[in-house]
Design a protein around this ligand. Structure first.
Ligand code: NAD
Length: 493
């Protein structure tokens, strides 16, 4: 009988409710745990614990709050390999990719360790005669984060380290598909000495998310997931008076100019399209090849895709790409490839029938390259979230930019070229918030905002960096005048 995950509320590991959802090891298709599907009862308990912890935590000096994060960072480093294995086990990405997932999360903890400086406010002397003014950042109170399956370590760590460093208390609702990594992080926070109730973890699906969105005590909600749910979270949370940042899905375009260094472009394309089996909001899922670049890029990327070793990442160190998250998702990806081929695209590498020796029940799709994709095809307008690269051939940069700009998403876009002028034109005109030049779609480091545009983001302040600090704080502006003894005493005159 697989182990049922517990909620972490007020410093205790507790069971609430009886409904569960299976957690798979996608490499072999075996159930390895059960996630409890809790509702309002569990959330109420977590909110009570977080609200009780808030007054003392907000009064804890920022330097003391960040000492807990320093200890968390050291514990994460000590257990780095072990946690990476856990991520691979419940998610399916390769160990190298899991290490990257965790490393990017740790970088946010490191950023949050600088909170004493990040919280420093602004002052101005003599805004009028004898009057000074200051703006100081205060925490919001109880805040919540709802996270997706695809980065079990990094995405929760986009949120809670900054939130708690700012003095808030936090409720994390991880994806029901990958609860094990979040549970391990909770255990490490206990070891790091985080006071009870400052971070709480509740599990579930729509029911508990709806309870979060409506709970009057929760001041702000961070969300990362698919676009339809991000939109719903933004609208529902805002309607209930919450500050919301909601990052959604993506369709990222990689432009390859005829003057590009083709070897490096194909390398960038390979990592961007097939890294994490394409299950990344920053995956490079569409190559826009300009003019003669197409005839060089397509055979090269097709060869790489055909040779990419798909395997059971939890046991095979030679696996270069792992499974996708679930059987229904594998079937959806295969169906979308089929629809693309039916619609006129040519599968120059086709991963639909890939099998992995010794893992017949794993959720595998091989690396796939579809050439001759037209902009109006579903495979271009919808996020596939699998190891599928669309190739759109165009004659000029402006033709490609017109296609990219009409796409509803706007996370990332990048270009491979040797021309500074072309790169500059692309950077200026691409309709996306994170741009790469001669690098595959680049996820910004922790001290920059993760800046999706259009249907890839709903809200104003993005996760990470100074925007993350602004999101989790409110400013208090104080205007001060001190009278010298007797000055201003108009009644005695
Ligand atoms: P998802 O939207 O299915 O789930 C995300 C979270 O929302 C989970 O915690 C889930 O339990 C909850 N949820 C699911 N359905 C819900 C509903 N009907 N009502 C309320 N809550 C619901 O996303 P996923 O499949 O876990 O993750 C993949 C998606 O996340 C992709 O679209 C990917 O592009 C996106 N993503 C975006 C970013 C970004 O920064 N923009 C980063 C990572 C992932």
């Amino acid at each position: 009988m697989p182990n049922t995950i517990k909620h972490f509320i007020g410093g205790d590991w507790v069971s609430i409710g009886s409904a569960t959802s299976p957690v798979y090891n996608p490499s072999v298709g075996e159930v390895i745990a059960e996630t409890p599907l809790a509702g309002a009862e569990a959330l109420d308990q977590a909110v009570t614990a977080a609200a009780e912890a808030f007054p003392a935590w907000k009064e804890t000096p920022a330097i003391e709050r960040c000492r807990v994060l320093f200890r968390l960072k050291m514990l994460l480093e000590d257990q780095f390999d072990d946690i990476a294995k856990l991520i691979t086990r419940e998610h399916g990405k390769t160990i190298t990719e899991s290490r990257g997932d965790l490393r990017r999360g740790i970088e946010v903890v490191e950023f949050a360790c600088g909170i004493p400086s990040l919280l420093m406010g602004e002052t101005a002397a003599n805004i009028a005669r004898g009057i000074d003014c200051e703006a100081v950042r205060h925490p919001l109170g109880v805040v919540a984060g709802i996270t997706p399956f695809n980065f079990p370590a990094m995405v929760p760590m986009w949120m809670f380290p900054i939130a708690i460093a700012c003095g808030n208390t936090f409720i994390l609702k991880p994806s029901e598909k990958v609860p094990l990594t979040a549970t391990r992080i909770g255990e490490l926070l206990v070891q790091a000495g985080l006071p009870k109730g400052v971070l709480n973890i509740v599990h579930g699906g729509k029911e508990i998310v709806d309870a979060i969105l409506k709970h009057p005590t929760i001041k702000a909600v961070s969300f990362v997931g698919s676009t339809p749910i991000a939109k719903y979270i933004y609208e529902t949370g805002a309607r209930h008076g919450k500050r919301v940042q909601a990052a959604g899905g993506a369709k990222n375009h990689i432009f390859i100019m005829p003057d590009a260094d083709i070897d490096n472009a194909v390398k960038g394309l390979t990592e961007a399209a097939f890294g994490c089996a394409g299950e990344r909001c920053m995956s490079g899922s569409t190559a826009v090849v300009i003019g003669p670049a197409g005839d060089k890029v397509v055979p090269a990327i097709a060869r790489v895709a055909q040779q990419l070793v798909v395997g059971a990442t939890d046991r095979d160190p030679n696996a270069q790409m792992g499974p996708v998250i679930s059987a229904p998702h594998r079937d959806r990806v295969r169906d979308l490839i089929g629809a693309g081929v039916k619609g006129g695209a040519t599968a120059v590498a086709d991963g639909r029938n890939v099998t992995v020796a010794g893992a017949p029940n794993g959720f595998y799709v091989g690396a796939t390259v579809l050439d001759g994709v037209q902009p109006d095809m579903t495979i271009h307008s919808e996020e596939i979230f699998g190891p599928v690269l669309n190739v759109i051939r165009v004659n000029s940069l402006s033709e490609g930019l017109a296609i990219q700009s009409k796409n509803p998403y706007g996370n990332g876009a990048c270009i491979f070229t040797r021309s500074g002028a072309t790169a500059r034109e692309f950077k200026h005109n691409a309709n996306a918030g994170m741009i790469g030049i001669n690098v595959g779609v680049p996820a910004p480091m922790a001290f920059f905002p993760f800046s999706g545009w259009n249907e890839s983001f709903f809200g104003d302040l993005h996760v990470q960096g100074r925007e993350g600090v602004a999101f989790y704080t409110q400013q208090k502006v104080t205007t001060t005048r001190w009278f010298a003894s007797g000055e201003g005493d108009i009644w005695s005159k």
